[in-house]
Design a protein around this ligand. Structure first.
Ligand code: FES
Ligand code: FES
Length: 164
């Protein structure tokens, strides 16, 4: 199958590539660019593990084709830290043990980042709405909720009472 050229900005760096039209964005990131921080779970849009930001909006990279991000900006979990300094959301997940195996963590972090970039002081309903889009199979969610509380507080919002 003939490849198509795409140009995409990923984590602030411009990339050009020739991709097969049916290549998913998740596979492009992981296998063509080596950005394996984006994980793949269900591969059909249910688990949210593969979430990345496209022009600032959280989307399932397993449901998108690489050709669909031609001309767009993509942000993956690799783009969050500044050198050794973790992003506040990453720090919160680490400090509050918001993960066990960590497989789901990039998806939660990216969807939460979209929310907090848009609104640093979201309501509990908005937070729950975002968290409901991702599935964790091992933490029982208490650590994730603590991490979210901490992340919202770190980024300037009030501390939501998600565990009450
Ligand atoms: S791997 Fe994309 S939603 Fe599950
Ligand atoms: S920490 Fe293991 S799936 Fe969420």
């Amino acid at each position: 199958m003939a490849g198509r050229q795409i140009r995409v900005n990923i984590n602030g760096t411009d990339h050009q590539a020739i991709v097969e039209p049916r290549l998913s964005l998740a596979d492009f990131l992981r296998h063509e660019l080596g950005l394996t921080g984006t994980h793949i779970g269900c591969e059909h849009g249910v688990c949210g593990i593969c979430n990345v930001l496209i022009d600032g909006r959280s989307m399932r990279s397993c449901l998108l084709l690489a050709v669909q991000v031609d001309g767009r900006s993509v942000e993956t979990v690799e783009g969050l830290a500044e050198g050794e300094k973790l992003h506040p959301i990453q720090e919160a997940f680490m400090d509050e043990q918001g993960l066990q195996c960590g497989f789901c963590t990039p998806g939660f972090i990216m969807s939460l980042k979209e929310l907090l970039d848009r609104n640093p002081n979201p309501s509990e309903d908005e937070i729950k709405d975002v968290l409901g889009g991702s599935i964790c199979r091992c933490t029982g969610y208490a650590g994730i909720l603590r991490a979210v509380q901490s992340a919202v507080a770190k980024m300037g919002g009030g501390r939501p009472s998600l565990l009450d």
